[in-house]
Write a protein that binds this ligand. Structure first.
Ligand SMILES: [Cu+2]
Length: 154
């Protein structure tokens, strides 16, 4: 069927109308593609941005050469904090007090409490913890115990 359309048996008028149809189809197709492309970009951009903020309520602490940034962060109970290692060397966020990590009053984790990354984060890696206990919770870098910070949960 397809090869018949382009065979020499077709009249000039026949192939002309085929070309017009093709042109219209292409224009329609491009218009639909552009319209669909624009709307899908709008639909995708907003949920991604919203979800990114909602994931940890913006409670991100960067681990840098000069310490935890911010070194003190205040959140509401039930919110999640994410530490991200921006250093080339590894970092292990964990509850005070080194080396037992037992200050945060929830059991679990690998040593004394649930608030413990339990491993070194490499550069670019992150650790998230949800604070359900109200208080001022000191923590440190288990791989560099002199580096400390506080999460205040209200
Ligand atoms: Cu420690």
């Amino acid at each position: 069927m397809v090869s018949g359309t382009y065979s020499q048996k077709n009249t000039i008028g026949g192939s002309g109308s085929t070309m017009k149809k093709s042109t219209i189809m292409i224009i329609l197709g491009v218009s639909l593609f552009l319209a669909a492309g624009c709307s899908s970009q709008d639909n995708n951009a907003q949920p991604t941005a919203d979800n990114g903020n909602a994931a940890n309520n913006g409670n991100t602490i960067e681990i840098t050469e000069s310490g935890f940034n911010p070194s003190t962060l205040t959140i509401n109970a039930g919110e999640t904090v994410t530490w991200i290692n921006k250093m080339a060397i590894p970092s292990w966020p964990a509850s005070a007090v080194h080396p037992t990590h037992q200050v945060y009053p929830e059991p679990g984790g690998c040593l004394g409490s649930k608030f413990d990354a339990c491993r070194n984060l490499r550069q670019g890696e992150s650790y998230s913890f949800t604070f359900n206990q109200i208080g001022a919770w000191r923590y440190h870098d288990h791989s560099d115990p002199g580096n400390t910070g506080t999460v205040i949960v209200q």
